[in-house]
Write a protein that binds this ligand. Sequence first.
Ligand SMILES: [Zn+2]
Length: 324
Amino acid sequence: MQIHIWFIYLIYVLHIYFIMDSIVDESLFSVHSFEGEAKGNTLLILAGVHGDEYEPILAANELIDVFRKGILKGKVVIVPIANQSAFDLDSRVGSDGLDLARVCPGDEKGSITERVGYRITELIKDADYLVDMHTGGKQLDIYPLAGYMLHADENVLMKQRAMAKAFGFPVIWGTDPTPNGRTLSVARDANIPAIYLEYGGGNSIRKEVIVAYVKGCLNVATSLGIINNGSEIISPKFHVEDYTPNGGHLQVKQPSPESGLFIPCVSNGNKISKGDIWGVVKNLETGFSVNSCADDDGIVLFIRNTAFVKKGDSLGGILPLKNN
Ligand SMILES: [Zn+2]
């Protein structure tokens, strides 16, 4: 008799758990959709894939207000904060410690970030074009960059180049298409043209970053015939396509030669030659300062903006120009 009661209680608890879980799953993130009367392309705009990248989130909110006024044709889908649990923690990664940009296509029954990855994957597969907006997070300050994977399908690649140009950022960077786990790798596998954007970073908001993101998205939407709100597109200063394996992975560049405090000697967007001084790392225990030197020729693409550094941490990165 007692076993019977416990069994009923267990079923009841499981019942509550599954109901709560499905409610959580349905509210992983908010999705804002705007549809024109005429049929056309569906553009998916993502922000907040990393929870500590703020300007794209604010730009997405401004875009919601713009698209709410109406669109000509097709559909725009905006997710302003894809990674809510990471945002709530003021963190790059979710409450399960996972990076949403490494777990896609996710898992419907997995941890919070894996479930978000699964839902985001569904949205990407329903779209015709993807724009995924980022910043350098708390640790990096990035020169404005529109990137894409060097897709094997020439038609997809051509559309990605056109989207990147329409966005109007000074650097366009096509990289090795093999990395997985990203929103862009989901799009790659579904043959959906996709670009990611990087600009700025740090702990406070820079208004010019928000303005640039809003303008870029409106220009892409205009280029796809969804709206007619575009502004003049500025030609890129640098357009690099490079098949170097893992070339687009920002966190592995310019490793610090020492632990200590980093004093940068370079500025984003400037030309740099291999061997030039990138910055100085001062170890306050030993009193020694060690120079970090540029490991390539190119353009200063991003700089560490956190002073405290451990040996091996990235101090920034260079956009290589030797093949262009
Ligand atoms: Zn990011």
